[in-house]
Every structure is written in C-alpha cells, then in structure tokens.
Design a protein. Structure first.
Lengths: 220, 220, 280
C-alpha cells in the first residue's frame, strides 16, 4: 500500500474547512470580549482591600486554572442542564471559553495593574477625578498597553482552544477535518491542511498583535 | 441529584476510576519526562545552535505551538499509522503530548538562558573557560534555577492536556468517566467528580511550583 | 544547502517507511492471527448495548460478543481476544493501517465504506426509532412531524445523520453528537425533543430507565450491521464470514441467541432443520 498524496478530496471540502476556521475565530473573539470583562472585574477584586472581594475572586481563578478545559466544556454543556441552566451549543461553548479565559486574563491584568505607579491615582485624585473615572480613563488604558504581549498570547491560545468545540459537535475547523477524514480517508492530507490553517492563523494573529503593540506602545 | 445513589455508584466504580487516574498520571509523567529531554535539545538548539539547526528547530516549535493539542493528538494517531508507523492510541497520544511538552520546555529553557547577562560569558572566556565549562558551571545552574518553577507548571499543563487522549480511545480518567456516565447516566455528578480529581492533582502541582519558586529564588 | 540535504534525507526515510508498509501483508491475516494466538478486535466503550463497560470494568455488549464468537472459532476459546478501544471515526483507519484484525462496532454497511474496507456478512439488521421523554411536549411521531422545524432531534454523528432524520421528519433541526450517552444527555436536559437512533439502543435504554421515556412509535431506515476487515484478504474475510454465519445458523447458534437475548431482550427461534435457511 504505497501512499500517494492526493489533496483533491480536501480541496473539494475546503469551503467547509474555511467556514470552520471562521467559526473558530468568531468563537474565540466572542469569548475574549466576555473574558476581558470577567478578567478585569476579577483583577480589581483580587487587588481589593476587602477579603470578601479577594476570596471569591481567588477561588475562581484557582479552580478554573487547575481544571482541564475539556472537562469544563463537557460539564457546562451536559451537566449544567441538570440544574436547569440550558444553553445552545455555541452559547455554551462561548460561555465556557469566556469563563476559562477570564481566569487567565485576571492574572494578566492583575500583573498589569500592579505595574502602574500609585502616583497616577493620587494625581488623578488631585485634579478632582472620582475613583471610577481614574480607573476607566487612566489606569485601565495604561494597563492594557502594558499587558498587550500577554494579551496577544492569550488570544492565540484561546483560538487554539476553540478546536475543543469539536467534542460537542460545533462545526469548527477540527470538527470539519475529522468529518472529511472519516468520509474520504484522506488522513494525511486532511491533517496537514488543517494544522497548516491553524498555524497560519496563529501566525497572522501574532503579527496583528505585534502591529497593535507597536501602535500603542507608550513612547519613552 | 441523588447523593446516596451517586455514593453507591462511585463506590462500585472505584476501580475503573482509580485505573483511569493511574493512566492519567502515567501519560502525564511519560510526556513530561520525554518532553523535557526533547525540550532540552530544543532549548539548547534555539539558543546556541548553528543557524540552519536553529531555523529548523524554530520552525518545529512555531509549528507545534501554532497547532491545537487536539489536532496534534488526532494527527499523531491517524497520520503516523497511515505512513506505516504503527502506534497504539496510548503511544500516539503520549507522542503528541511529548512533542507539545518539548516546545514548551524548549521555550522556557531558551528564555532562561537568554536572561543571563552576556557579560558573564565574556567574563568566563576572559578567565579561560571553554564553552562546555562555562555552560556547566555558570550558565546551566542559573538557567535551571530560572526555569524550574515554569517547568513544574508545565506538569499541570500536561495533566490537563492528557484529557484529550480520551477522544482517541485511551482509557484515562475522562474516558473512564464517560464510560461510567454511559451506564449510569449521572453526568452532573461524575463530571463534577472528575473535575475535582483533576483540580486536586493540579492544585498540588501548583503548590509544588510555588514551593520550588521560593526555594530557587535568588536572594536579593 | 545543509537544510536541503536534510530534507532529501527525510524524504528518503519517509519513502522507505512507505515501501516497508507495502512489502508486508502477502500472507493471510488468518495465519497471522493463528500464529499470534489471539485476535485483536476494534470496538468502542461508551455505547450500550453494543460495546460498553460493565460494573466490574469488563468490556461487554453485542459487538463484543461477536468478537468472542470469532475467537471461539479461531482458537476454541472465546476469551483469546484483545479489544482495542477506538472512537467511531477510527473504525476505517484502524483497519486499513492494520491496528486491528477486525472491527465490530455497530458499523452500518454502505457502498462508500465498502470501497475502503471489506464488510463481513451482517450480524444484525437495525432500524431507526425515535425516543422522547415521557410526558413531554409531543405525544407521538405525528405530533413531532406536525411541529416542523421547532423540533430538535439529537442523533449520533454520522455522514448520513441529517439526511436520515429528514426522511422521517423533513423539517426538524438536527444536532449531532459524538457518542450515544451525549445524545441521551441532550434529550434528558431538554436540548432536543427526541433522540433518533437504533431501535436496539433505544429499547435497551428504556429498559434501564423504566417509565422515563417513550417510543414515538415509528421506525424507518433499515441498515445492516457488519464487522469489517481490511480489503484484499479473501481468506480472512471468508473465515470471519463463516464464523458469523455458523453463529446465526449453525453450531454456534446458542451462543449467538444467548447474546441476542441478553442485549435486545428477545428470544430467537432456532434455525429450521433440514433445508438450509439461506435458500428458502
């Protein structure tokens, strides 16, 4: 059984793979938006003076960071409905990914917040801004600039994690690749094309993030 | 939710769960050991390798890091046997995780080695040490100290990634859990329990990592 | 330049692997299995009553019993068989790459698949049924059909899944799942209004959960379940065929009938004595 590479079957289904890739990107994008909000709130809670705020935030980050994401995905989708929480396949996946990324982003943001000199807050207070105004217009924008590199790598790993949506039959890239694999038995070709698509997308995302970083870096 | 029935089921299922746990631990341990050996080669090549070798290894790590682990697992299971390399699901899974681990360890090691000031190498040269000696007495020990905490954390990554082997039929903890659910239909309870076991393992690893970090910290 | 040399070397290495793979496999799998002393069967582990784990962690089910029947025919010992757990999409790849000698994993015979692997004679004829939660929104098949696209049907992932459901419920929304338990979970959690799958699986599930589910009362889509072997080895295929055939009609009928009773709850009439049933 000599094996000759034949990409015809894969090209015929290339539309499916592209649609899967687009869905994966959309899932990652939706999750990162939600995750940023969760992460930001958690980061402030982690740095709060009150133990009542720090405790639950710390617990959330510890639990999520130490649990495999596949278990979280299956749990949200198949176990939560037993408690009366029912979400569609895609919503359930986005929510899981957002909660998952929120825990990692919280740590990223916490580091970014710690790096901001306390003098800025005092200066803000001196010119009559409220605590909330200081946070939204001074601290958070600066912090985001500081953490852009880690934010970028979180986005990329989040995009890779969208492959796990295949486990609950969300038709993203990995799901489509497995389907083509079963239907045509063009095993090598399918996985070569699928992984190259992932690598290319991750490289492109990294390049975009670098550009954004260059744009936003505080000139020194 | 019926705690008594669940307790009964859990007791009856203790052996499969323990076996699954044992499998999860062996997969992770093998992947970490083999991945670290390969990763040391990767890290050294990235830092000190001749240009063609460096490019080759750089291409390898970029490719691995740009591909989701699930795709690595599926590809290593299906593609390798198509080209005549007959691996069991267990072997293919361990191979995929090893490769994944090696790119992690390689980057950690590279980061650690490059963080050592250049001046030290020049100083070593000045007092007549060969490169081998410089590495053994100066660079190696410092890099080890730097890399150790991050390396311990990759162990937790491997435990989490081992769940993906359930998809190719390796009877680790998650597949064992799914087998139990297919018979008992208690998805909430068993997924929760599996999550708890994973959490416990990773929490222990995380604490080990912090302990190592404290022990290896350079006193300032 | 050095890189190019390495690439060439790598290509040669890959090439020799490929030709090594093609050089073997002239001898029949039958001799290989006999020499090895045990049979290697590929099947799953999460789909009762076909292949699943018992309380004591033994792989069991109707597919698993087919493996025992072939082992008995080979070695006079039903336990000389090793099961390799594989997901549904590994069935064909694991045969063509020789990871398993035989796959028995509720595999539906189709022309397309028959071009990739060689099917044995069928050991079961399946039909699809619809199962709903008792006391749910829809009373029976007619109510499901009348509801049109408001109805969501959960189904096992399959190339033909959508088409299959639409034959019975043309407008229904179809959700595909990786394994039967995930599909039942979708029904139990209200994600779907009915689960469409093999009537055998539904019957088994309803028997495990008395009073919780009802059959919608409609069956369609006849399909044959066969074991499969790699193509191009008539000797081996014929051997497995013979073993299965004699289990359904001859000396091993009692074993087959006991298994059938155990997993599907029905007694089989013994094959007619005298003129062979095949020609009636």
């Amino acid at each position: 059984m000599g094996y000759t590479l034949n990409f015809d079957a894969v090209w015929r289904s290339f539309d499916l793979l592209l649609a899967g890739l687009a869905l994966g990107l959309a899932l990652a994008f939706a999750a990162i938006l939600l995750g940023c909000v969760i992460g930001l709130v958690t980061a402030f809670a982690l740095l709060a003076k009150s133990r009542m705020a720090r405790m639950p935030a710390g617990l959330y980050v510890t639990i999520i960071r130490n649990t495999p994401i596949l278990v979280l995905i299956l749990f949200t989708y198949f176990a939560l409905p037993e408690l009366g929480i029912r979400l569609g396949k895609i919503e359930s996946f986005i929510l899981t990914l957002a909660i998952y990324s929120g825990a990692y982003l919280a740590e990223v943001f916490r580091g970014g917040l710690l790096a901001i000199p306390p003098g800025l807050r005092e200066a803000g207070l001196a010119i009559g801004l409220t605590e909330m105004q200081i946070r939204t217009s001074i601290i958070v924008p600066l912090m985001i600039r500081n953490v852009l590199p880690s934010l970028g790598s979180t986005i990329i790993s989040l995009f890779k994690d969208t492959s796990l949506a295949a486990a609950i039959a969300v038709p993203e890239l990995t799901f489509e690749a497995r389907k083509i694999n079963v239907e045509t038995f063009r095993v090598i070709e399918t996985w070569i094309v699928a992984s190259l698509m992932y690598v290319a997308t991750c490289t492109a995302l990294a390049a975009i993030m670098r550009k954004v970083e260059q744009r936003l870096t505080v000139p020194r | 939710m019926d705690p008594i029935r669940f307790g009964e089921m859990l007791w009856l299922a203790r052996m499969p769960i323990l076996k699954g746990l044992g499998m999860t631990v062996s997969i992770s341990a093998l992947a970490i050991i083999l991945g670290t050996l390969l990763g040391i080669f990767v890290g050294l090549s990235l830092t000190y390798g001749a240009r063609p070798l460096r490019w080759l290894v750089r291409g390898y790590t970029d490719f691995i890091r740009g591909t989701p682990v699930l795709v690595l697992v599926l590809a290593s299971y299906y593609v390798l046997s198509t080209v005549g390399l007959d691996l069991t699901a267990f072997q293919a899974g361990v191979l995929a995780l090893t490769v994944f681990c090696s790119s992690h360890v390689g980057e950690i090691l590279r980061g650690a080695l490059q963080s050592i000031p250049k001046g030290q190498i020049e100083a070593a040269k000045a007092i007549g040490l060969t490169f081998r000696e410089t590495f053994a007495y100066i660079l190696g020990p410092q890099a080890l100290r730097q890399a150790l905490p991050a390396w311990v954390n990759t162990a937790a990554e491997m435990v989490k990634a081992s769940t993906l082997l359930s998809i190719i039929g390796v009877s680790e903890l998650l597949l064992r859990t799914q087998e139990l659910i297919s018979r008992t239909f208690m998805s909430l309870e068993f997924y929760f329990f599996a999550g708890l076991l994973y959490f416990t393992i990773n929490y222990a690893i995380e604490h080990l990592g912090r302990y190592v970090e404290r022990k290896t910290a350079v006193p300032s | 330049m050095k890189i190019r040399m390495k690439l060439v070397a790598a290509a040669f290495a890959a090439g020799s692997l490929l030709s090594a793979a093609s050089a073997q496999a002239q001898e029949s799998k039958l001799d290989e299995v006999l020499a090895r002393g045990h049979l290697i069967v590929g099947t799953g582990s999460t789909n009762p009553p076909w292949h699943f784990k018992s309380m004591s962690d033994e792989l069991q089910g109707f597919d698993v019993d087919m493996g025992h029947i072939v082992a008995e025919a080979l070695f006079g010992d039903p336990d000389k068989v090793e099961y390799v757990i594989q997901s549904s999409d590994a069935r064909i790849p694991n045969l063509t790459t020789g990871k398993v000698d035989l796959t028995c994993q509720f595999m539906t015979v189709t022309g397309e698949r028959a071009q990739q692997v060689a099917f044995t004679i069928p050991y079961y004829r399946e039909g699809v049924g619809l199962m709903m939660k008792a006391g749910g929104n829809y009373a029976d098949y007619d109510a499901l059909k009348a509801a049109g696209s408001d109805v969501t049907i959960s189904v096992l992932q399959n190339v033909y899944a959508e088409e299959m459901v639409h034959k019975a419920l043309p407008e229904a929304t179809v959700d595909q799942y990786d394994s039967v338990d995930l599909m039942y979970q979708a029904l139990e959690s209200g994600r779907s209004d009915a689960a469409a799958t093999d009537q055998s699986s539904l019957a088994w599930y309803m028997a495990q959960n008395p009073g919780r589910y009802v059959d919608a009362g409609y069956g369609w889509n006849p399909q044959s379940y066969s074991c499969a072997v790699a193509r191009g080895d008539m000797d081996w295929l014929h051997f497995v065929d013979t073993a299965l055939h004699e289990a359904m009609t001859g000396v091993a009928f009692d074993t087959y009938a006991a298994s059938f009773k155990k997993w599907f709850g029905r007694d089989l009439p013994p094959p007619q004595i005298g003129f062979p049933v095949e020609y009636k």
